[in-house]
Design a binder for this molecule. Structure first.
Ligand code: GRF
Length: 198
């Protein structure tokens, strides 16, 4: 019985595509929904083109009422019956109540080597600190932002002349390798960490 994976996005969905394309053959999971907080998210059309059910709940009318926005997400998620939720470029902070509802089965990919640089502007912060390497982490989502158990990391070198944009592009390529590898192990119940050096 394959595990059902709902993927939450906010934009282009390149991580969603990498995850969706990886869930084939003997992979223990299949995508059951791609859900966005932005009805215009380009990733929605890409998911639909792959035959994955999609839905969108515009967060803006809720004017910062996170609980009300999340309550509007729930019917879509309940209908899709996900075993796992994968946040993939999902740019909304979730309330502890929502996280608790999916505790232990909601993953996120963050573009830094956690615990370094939780939050935003991770690449600019790594460059400003003069770090020799950067990367991305997949972690279990817990109520505290970007701080749950790390299930995998991919490291990339910081190169001379790197800008936040050039570093982001190098890290993003590794995100597309790391997240599918972690999801496959997670869906199979294998909690060994995935450690990649890009
Ligand atoms: C990227 O900045 C990535 O580092 C982070 O989410 C952003 C958008 O990713 N995980 P995607 O292309 O929408 O998956």
């Amino acid at each position: 019985m394959s595990r059902r994976v709902a993927i939450l996005i906010s934009g282009g969905g390149s991580n969603m595509l990498a995850l969706a394309r990886s869930m084939t053959g003997d992979h223990p999971a299949r995508p059951c929904l791609v859900l966005s907080n932005d009805p215009e998210a380009a990733g929605l059309a890409k998911a639909a083109a792959l035959g994955i059910p999609t839905a969108a709940v515009d967060h803006r009318p809720f004017k910062g009422d996170r609980a009300a926005f999340e309550a509007a997400l729930l019917p879509h998620l309940e209908a899709a019956r996900p075993d796992i939720i994968a946040l993939a470029g999902f740019m909304r902070v979730l309330t502890p109540d929502f996280v608790a509802r999916f505790e232990g089965r909601m993953l996120n990919i963050h573009p830094s080597l956690l615990p370094k640089y939780p939050g935003l502007d991770t690449h600019a912060r790594a460059l400003a600190a003069g770090d020799a390497e950067a990367g991305c982490s997949v972690h279990v989502v817990t109520p505290d932002l970007d701080s749950g158990p790390v299930l995998g990391q991919a490291r990339v070198p910081v190169l001379p002349g790197d800008t936040p944009e050039s570093l982001a592009a190098r890290v993003l390529k590794q995100e597309h390798v790391l997240y599918p590898a972690v999801l496959r192990r997670f869906a199979a119940g294998d909690r060994r960490p995935v450690l990649l050096a890009g």
